[in-house]
Design a protein around this ligand. Structure first.
Ligand code: AOF
Ligand code: ZN
Length: 367
């Protein structure tokens, strides 16, 4: 066995343990946002002796759970083990004390990290702290997967705007509405429920003023379990009446407009710059800590996001049996990477990724 093979073996071993971290991290899906999902394992002589993950927003981080597990079962082995963690250990006092300090205190000699944390209070400081304490640190094992796992979190912190998912439903021949009809029923019970699961996985849902008025949607997630997303109406000229059904809710409703900043009950009016509505609107949503938005149309709003280049993913539902002869055509994506297509009943569901946002890698965990 030559040294090259040894190197390869170690690399693969790192990946095996990191894969377990990612698996653990995913157990918290839906429970930790806007925090990232994070998993950790402690390995002693090739054996996993402890595991942990960030389980609850505001609760202990992955490293804390993992080290607690080790303290119960293998306390003597901790200073002789390697800690694997899918995200850089934190260095700040947030809702919990810094994980880097905990690792140092327990004299763990080596830490293998999936990817760096781009949250400004961490952003390399955790790695620096560990190194300064003499700990051997390896960064970037299964990095693409680790980033993809928390794609909204990284987009939010690196691009200072929410992660944007565009969603629309179209007929077999590419129309999203039919001329002369107020409502074209493209979706069915299956796709409706799917859309509600998508809504639940985002921090907010957005529609344009015309769609809000024409469809009078509830914009809630009643057909899926989980926290209620905020509702956003893109209404530059404030023409949407508050008598619409979407306002009849305890959820926060944000109205992006060009006229006023104000708060009225659960309604927040945010004034955007007329000349750069999308970038400025998104900047303000970032300030409100909204990490991800599902944009549900209509076509004009979708096109505005596409034109601004400010979108990350598109999810298109095509009813393969429905044809109309005249209407509004579906948005066009110029830069698109087709990631996956599935068929649900009579519908094809296609996922696209904006390839210009290169740092959000299409790892296995993307979808
Ligand atoms: C870690 N391990 O398991 C997680 C980390 O408010 P706090 O104290 O919970 O801190 C939240 C920030 O900590 C979050 O924005 C992210 O940067 C990092 N999350 N760090 O060391 C973990 N979940
Ligand atoms: Zn931490």
């Amino acid at each position: 066995v030559n040294s090259f093979t040894f190197a390869k073996m170690y690399e693969q071993a790192h990946e095996v343990y990191m894969r377990r971290c990612l698996q653990l991290a995913r157990l918290a899906a839906g429970h930790v946002a806007p925090n990232p999902m994070v998993g950790a394992v402690l390995v002693h002589k090739g054996q996993v002796i402890a595991e942990g993950y960030h389980q609850q927003y505001g609760g202990p981080h992955a490293e804390v759970h993992c080290i607690q597990d080790a303290l119960q079962n293998h306390p003597d082995k901790i200073p002789l083990s390697t800690l694997y963690v899918s995200l850089e250990p934190c260095a700040h006092f947030g809702k919990t004390p810094p994980c880097a300090d905990l690792i140092i205190r327990h004299q763990i000699p080596k830490v293998v990290i999936g990817c760096r944390d781009s949250f400004e209070k961490v952003d390399g400081k955790g790695i620096a702290k560990l190194k300064a304490a003499g700990i051997e640190v390896i960064v970037g094992v299964l990095e693409k997967e680790a980033i993809a796992l928390n794609k909204a979190f990284f987009t939010f912190h690196q691009l200072t705007r929410p992660y944007i998912t565009l969603k629309w439903a179209q007929t077999a021949n590419g129309y999203i509405s039919e001329e002369g009809k107020t409502r074209l029923m493209i979706s069915n019970d299956y796709t409706n429920r799917l859309v509600h699961s998508w809504r639940t996985e985002h921090a907010a849902i957005m529609v344009g003023a015309n769609t809000a008025i024409a469809d009078d949607p509830l914009l809630d997630n009643r057909n899926w379990m989980g926290p209620a997303p905020k509702k956003i109406v893109f209404d530059p000229n404030l023409k949407v009446p508050v008598s619409l059904r979407l306002f009849n809710t305890t959820a926060v409703v944000i109205i992006l407009n060009t006229i006023k900043d104000a708060v009225a009950g659960n309604i927040i009016y945010l004034k955007m710059d007329k000349n750069s509505m999308i970038p400025d609107g998104l900047r303000q949503l970032h300030q409100l800590n909204i990490q991800s938005v599902l944009v549900e149309g209509g076509a004009f709003l979708h096109q505005s996001f596409i034109k601004a280049g400010m979108w990350d993913e598109a999810r298109v539902i095509t009813n393969k049996e429905l044809l109309v002869s005249k209407g509004v055509t579906a948005p066009m994506l110029s830069e698109q990477v087709k990631l996956k297509a599935t068929v649900l009943q009579n519908d094809e569901i296609i996922y696209f990724k904006n390839q210009n946002n290169s740092f959000v890698h299409a790892g296995t965990a993307l979808l």
